[in-house]
Design a protein. Sequence first.
Length: 96
Amino acid sequence: MAAKSTPNQLGAPATTAQGADCERVNTILDQIIVGQEPSVEDEDYFVSHAEDCSPCFDSLDKQRVFIDFVNQYVGRKGVPSGLSSKIMARLHTEKV
């Protein structure tokens, strides 16, 4: 009887080789999320693996939904207009 690959709790296949491939995709995704530019080789690997691995594709799709949600509902608050001048004034008075 042939061994079958079954997904684990995270959705990644349980086989070691495929699990390592999925882990590489997650590492590349983490780099992209924090704003690091992946290498051309990593980009190509990322795209080709996501096309072939349904658990990774599902995970990427869920992460896109999450990122879109955060961007839509969690806005960035602006800095008060006079903050920089107040900081500079305080620094100047502390130096004297």
